[in-house]
Structures are given as structure tokens and as C-alpha cells.
Design a protein around this ligand. Structure first.
Ligand code: FMN
Length: 357
């Protein structure tokens, strides 16, 4: 196979990628006290800077948005300073990096949050399931508080503030995490949004929150630096939607005037729903496709024009030099599941570049 399409440079809005291999966002739970990325994160991301674009791990835009333990934030000066070291390492390696803004909404536990931080959602419906906490082990998700109509502009403002903070921290842009059952997807979906005000009820009302967040992000940092991640039909985190095809078509049509830098689409787990085709039909800009790609299928997707770029998550865990391995045809190392979310260097910065058979 000729290996070249994935290595061609690409512009996504204002983001300049030297190749089309994107590191997908991955929560790795190594943040330090104060929700700060530490020196290990500087090394981890710096070692992966040959990616055309790195999407950071999910990062909370405000204290309420934190769901899991040891996830980083991007909403205060100390966090901005800590992220500056990360983005400097990525830029020193020639890479580009966006911050993934992840507000977990009802997927959270007060054990993982700062004192006083709340667990909020479009509706007061507790998600079925449990999550890990450092202080109490496995616990039920919190019962969320329904966001009042007058609180919604404040939450949207927190997203905009986080986007400005991300730019101050040296990120090239931001990606709105609107997948995986977190706050934006909770607003989008019929199972989690039982509101009857301007933000719930009809599909137009259900997509309003995400569209207004995107508008605020665009106003904060410019459309050329804003992307969005979606996974239509994903039931992860106790999510359900009566008609995801209509929901996402409506969302993308409503967001079209914003001319986002890119749309990051995860393959739908619902075999009857072709999320890539749906995205292509309703989004005119570049697509980053994800989930289960290998080099052969990614090369084919870019070569055919189906994808502008392809993102890899699991392959990046144990292969910081994924781009070199692709270019040279070197084999991939396998990662250890046990250290995916454990604190410390083991399973995080312990994977080196390829050093021969
Ligand atoms: C350890 C781990 C953490 C993840 N954390 C995030 C996250 O913070 N945000 C997100 O959008 N997706 C997250 N994902 C999903 C990945 O970005 C990706 O969609 C998924 O792994 C499929 O891509 P792959 O086949 O290349 O691994 C995570 C996946 C893994 C394995």
C-alpha cells in the first residue's frame, strides 16, 4: 500500500496539522491536586507531538463539570499556567493541540468534586450506574439538580470562559465534547431531557443548549478554532434518544451557519445508524472520523475523501510514536488495561518509541 494520504498536511479552520493522524481525547486520570496537569502530562503529551493534532483528555470547564476523579480543569489561573507547560511541549515538537471541554453533567459524584460543586443536568433524573472515586471506591452517580432556566446562560458562559482560558494556556483551539452521555448530550437526548421550556420538548429546543454553547465558544475564540465531537445513538452512561437521526440532523443544520473548524464523529454503536453518512449530509466542513480504525482503514478513509483526518485513541496509549510507526510500517505495542486510570507514570509515560524487533 502506498502510505501517503494520512501524512499529508491539513488545515481545519485556523488549525494547521502537519499530518492527518489525530490523537483522540483520552481521560487518563493523572491530574494533580487543584485539577492541574502535572509534569507527567507535559511528558505524555510532548512525546505524542508528532500527531497532526492532539485532542486533550476531557477537561472540565467549571467545577460543576467535573465528574471523574483526577481529571484536569481549565477554569482558573493555576490551571492555565499548568496547561501552558503542556501546550509548549506539544508546540516544541511541531504539533497542534486543542482542549476538549467536557462537562459531565449528571455523570458525576460529589466524592470527586470540590466542596460546594454541584452535579447538574437538564432534568433531575439520576443515571443508572456507578463510578469510581478515590475516597469512597465505587459509588452510585449523584442525583442531579435540574438546571434552572436562569442558570443556563451562566453554564454557557462557563464554557466560553474555559475557551478563553484554553487559548491563554496556549491551546490552538477547543473541542466541545457532545458525546458519551455528558451534559451536552443529556440536553440533546429525549431520555435525559424532560424539560418543557426553551431547552426541552421539541427537537429544536433540545438542540438549543449545544448550539448556544457553540455560539459562545465561537464568539470567545473564533469559529476556526472550535470543533465538536458527537456519537449519535450511543447509549453509554445510561443515555437514550427516541430518534438520534433527527436529533443530530437538526443539531448539525442549526450549527451550520457557525462554520466550525471540524466535526469529530465517532462511529455509532447502532449498526442501523451510519453516523459518518449523517455527518457528511449535514456538515459541510472537514470530518475527523473515529473508532476502531487501523492504518489501512484510516488511509482508505482519507484517500477516498470520506475523512479529512482520522483519530486514534487506544493505539496512542502504548505508541507515543504512532506517526513514525505508520510511516515505517513498524508494529504497534499493546497497552496494559490495569494502568489506564491509575495515578503515576506506570502505563502513562512508561511506553517508549519503537526500538526494533
Ligand atoms: C482510556 C480512554 C479514555 C477515554 N476518554 C475520552 C475522553 O475523555 N473524551 C472522549 O471524547 N473520548 C474518550 N475516549 C474515547 C476515545 O476518544 C475513542 O473515541 C475510542 O477509544 C475509540 O477510538 P479507538 O478505536 O481509536 O480507540 C476514551 C477512550 C479510552 C480508551
Amino acid at each position: 500500500m502506498r502510505r501517503q494520504a494520512l501524512l499529508a498536511p491539513l488545515s481545519l479552520g485556523e488549525l494547521n496539522l502537519r499530518n492527518r493522524i489525530v490523537m483522540a481525547p483520552m481521560t487518563r486520570s493523572r491530574a494533580l491536586a487543584g485539577d492541574l496537569p502535572g509534569e507527567l502530562a507535559v511528558q505524555y503529551y510532548g512525546e505524542r507531538s508528532s500527531a497532526g493534532l492532539i485532542v486533550s483528555e476531557g477537561t472540565q470547564p467549571c467545577p460543576d463539570g467535573k465528574g471523574y476523579c483526577r481529571t484536569p480543569g481549565i477554569h482558573n489561573a493555576a490551571q492555565v499556567a499548568a496547561w501552558q507547560a503542556v501546550t509548549a511541549a506539544v508546540h516544541a515538537g511541531g504539533g497542534a493541540m486543542v482542549a476538549q471541554l467536557m462537562h459531565c453533567g449528571r455523570i458525576g459524584s460529589h466524592y470527586n468534586k470540590d466542596p460546594g460543586a454541584r452535579t447538574v443536568a437538564p432534568s433531575a433524573l439520576r443515571a443508572a450506574g456507578r463510578m469510581f472515586t478515590d475516597t469512597a471506591g465505587m459509588v452510585d452517580f449523584d442525583m442531579p439538580q435540574e438546571l434552572g432556566l436562569s442558570e443556563i446562560p451562566q453554564v454557557i458562559g462557563e464554557f466560553a470562559g474555559a475557551a478563553r482560558a484554553a487559548r491563554a494556556a496556549g491551546f490552538d483551539g477547543v473541542e466541545l465534547h457532545a458525546a458519551s452521555g455528558y451534559l451536552p448530550m443529556q440536553f440533546l437526548s429525549t431520555g435525559t431531557n424532560r424539560r418543557s421550556d426553551a431547552y426541552g420538548g421539541s427537537v429544536t429546543a433540545r438542540v438549543r443548549f449545544v448550539v448556544e454553547v457553540l455560539e459562545a465558544l465561537v464568539a470567545a475564540v473564533g469559529a476556526g478554532r472550535v470543533g465538536m465531537r458527537i456519537c449519535p445513538g450511543n447509549p453509554f452512561n445510561d443515555l437514550s434518544d427516541a430518534d438520534p437521526r433527527t436529533t443530530y440532523a437538526t443539531l448539525l443544520d442549526a450549527a451550520a451557519p457557525l462554520r466550525l473548524a471540524y466535526l469529530h464523529v465517532i462511529r455509532s454503536p447502532d449498526a442501523a445508524l451510519d453516523a459518518f453518512a449523517l455527518a457528511r449530509a449535514h456538515f459541510a466542513g472537514p470530518l475527523i472520523l473515529n473508532d476502531g480504525f487501523d492504518f489501512t482503514t484510516a488511509e482508505a478513509a482519507v484517500r477516498s475523501g470520506e475523512a479529512a483526518a482520522v483519530s486514534f485513541a487506544r493505539a496512542y496509549i502504548a505508541n507515543p510514536d504512532l506517526v513514525a510507526r505508520y510511516r515505517q510500517g513498524w508494529p504497534l505495542a499493546q497497552f496494559d488495561r490495569k494502568t489506564l486510570y491509575t495515578a503515576g507514570a506506570a502505563g502513562y509515560t512508561s511506553y517508549g518509541p519503537y526500538c526494533g524487533p
